[in-house]
Design a protein around this ligand. Structure first.
Ligand SMILES: *[C@@H]1O[C@H](CO)[C@@H](O)[C@H](O)[C@H]1NC(C)=O
Ligand SMILES: *[C@@H]1O[C@H](CO)[C@@H](O)[C@H](O)[C@H]1NC(C)=O
Ligand SMILES: *[C@@H]1O[C@H](CO)[C@@H](O)[C@H](O)[C@H]1NC(C)=O
Ligand SMILES: *[C@@H]1O[C@H](CO)[C@@H](O)[C@H](O)[C@H]1NC(C)=O
Length: 323
C-alpha cells in the first residue's frame, strides 16, 4: 500500500533523534509520545509528531524528542515528499534515528524511466527554504524516491549521514540539491541505486568532503539545460571522497545543445576504487559508457583542481560550456 511509510528509529538513548527548531533560549523538550505518538510500528503517529513540533515551535528553542522505538508516520499522500521541513531557520536534526521509507513497496511500480510525466513516488525527507541548519547522524533506508532533497536551502551542514538502498532500486538518489547555496556534506556514507549526490540547477558553493559513495552512480551535476530558465551551477568542491563500485566519480549531465557553463572548482584527493568513469561529461544519453575519462595525464592520479569538463574530457584550468 502506498501510504504505508514506516519511521523506525534505532538507538539506546531516550533522546536519540531530536529536532530542534529556533535554537536559543531554554531548550524545552517535547517528546512525541506525550503528544499521541505510539512506538508500536503500526499506529499512525504523524499527528503526535506534528503536535510535538507545533509545541516546540511555539517556544524559543524547543526540542522535539523521539524516544527509542519504531513509529509509523504516514505521509502527505498527494505531495512529492514523505516528511517536509519547510521555512525553518536554525533547525538541528541529530541522534542516529532511521527514516525507513518502505521503498520496496513502491519500486516495482516506478515506471518513471520509461514514462514521461509519470507520477513520481515521494522523496523521504524534503528540506525547503531551510537555513543555517545542521543534519547530523541520521540514517535513511529504502526511500521510495530520493532519500533527502534540499530545495532553496542556504547554509546547511549534513554530517554523519548514512544512506542505504539496494543498488537496483530506481531513482533513489542519496541527496539531491537544487537552487541552494552553501551546502556542506561531510563524513557520510551513501550506498544507493541512483546518484550518490545529485546537484541541480541554481546550486552554488557546495562542498562535498570525505563521503563514501558506492554502490550507485556516483556524484552527478544535472541534468542541466532541459529548461530555458535554469540557473548556473557554480563552486562545486568534491574532496577526499571514495567511489567504490560506482558508475562514475563525478559526472555532468547536460541536454544538448542549450546547456549552461558548469565550473567544477575542485575535484581532488579521491580514492576511486572501482568507478567506471572517474570523471565524465554526458550529453543526453547518459546511460552510455564514456571512454576518454581515463586518459593519461587527466586523472592518472585521480584528481583535478580548478578543472572543467566537456564531453568526457577534463580540461584543467578552463571553463567550458556545455555542448
Ligand atoms: C550516535 O552514534 C554514534 C556512533 O555510533 C555515537 O557516538 C553517538 O553517541 C550516538 N548519538 C546518539 C545521540 O545516540
Ligand atoms: C567550502 O570550502 C571552502 C574552502 O575551504 C570554504 O571557503 C567555503 O566556505 C566552504 N563552503 C561551505 C558551504 O562549506
Ligand atoms: C578522508 O576521508 C577518510 C574517510 O574516508 C577520513 O578517515 C579522513 O579523515 C579524511 N581526510 C581528511 C583530510 O578529511
Ligand atoms: C596530479 O595532481 C596534482 C594536483 O592536482 C597535479 O599538480 C599533477 O599535475 C597531477 N599529475 C598528473 C600526472 O596528472
Amino acid at each position: 500500500m502506498d501510504s504505508m511509510r514506516v519511521f523506525s528509529l534505532w538507538a539506546s538513548l531516550v533522546c536519540f533523534l531530536s529536532i530542534i527548531s529556533y535554537a536559543g533560549g531554554q531548550n524545552k523538550i517535547f517528546t512525541v509520545t506525550d503528544y499521541g505518538a505510539v512506538a508500536d510500528g503500526k499506529t499512525d503517529s504523524s499527528q503526535g509528531f506534528l503536535n510535538a513540533w507545533k509545541g516546540a515551535c511555539a517556544t524559543d528553542g524547543g526540542v522535539v524528542a523521539v524516544p527509542l522505538g519504531t513509529f509509523f508516520v504516514s505521509g502527505a499522500t498527494f505531495e512529492d515528499y514523505w516528511i517536509l521541513f519547510d521555512e525553518i531557520d536554525r533547525l538541528t536534526i541529530f541522534g542516529n534515528g532511521t527514516f525507513y521509507g518502505n521503498g520496496e513497496s513502491a519500486w516495482p511500480h516506478n515506471q518513471c524511466d520509461k514514462t514521461l510525466g509519470c507520477k513520481k513516488p515521494p522523496t523521504s525527507i524534503k528540506f525547503h527554504n531551510v537555513r543555517n541548519s545542521v543534519v547530523r547522524g541520521i540514517n535513511s533506508v529504502n526511500s521510495k524516491m530520493f532519500h533527502l532533497n534540499l530545495h532553496k536551502c542556504e547554509n546547511v551542514l549534513l554530517k554523519n549521514v548514512d544512506i542505504i538502498a539496494p543498488v537496483d532500486s530506481p531513482n533513489t538518489d542519496g541527496i539531491h540539491i537544487g537552487k541552494s547555496n552553501g551546502i556542506e556534506i561531510t563524513a557520510s556514507r551513501i550506498s544507493t541505486g541512483d546518484d550518490c549526490i545529485s546537484i541541480g540547477d541554481g546550486s552554488t558553493n557546495i562542498n562535498i568532503t570525505s563521503v563514501f559513495c558506492g554502490p550507485g552512480q556516483g556524484i552527478s551535476i544535472g541534468s542541466l539545460g532541459k529548461y530555458n530558465n535554469e540557473e548556473d551551477v557554480v563552486g562545486i568542491t568534491v574532496k577526499n571522497c571514495t567511489f567504490s563500485d560506482t558508475d562514475n566519480g563525478l559526472r555532468v549531465k547536460t541536454w544538448a545543445p542549450s546547456s549552461m557553463p558548469v565550473t567544477v572548482s575542485t575535484f581532488t584527493d579521491h580514492n576511486v576504487e572501482d568507478a567506471v568513469c572517474p570523471l565524465a561529461w554526458r550529453v543526453r544519453s547518459w546511460d552510455q559508457r564514456c571512454e576518454v575519462h581515463k586518459r593519461e595525464g587527466d586523472f592518472s592520479n585521480r584528481s583535478c583542481s580548478g578543472c572543467s569538463m566537456q564531453q568526457g574530457q577534463a580540461m584543467p584550468g578552463h571553463t567550458v560550456r556545455g555542448a
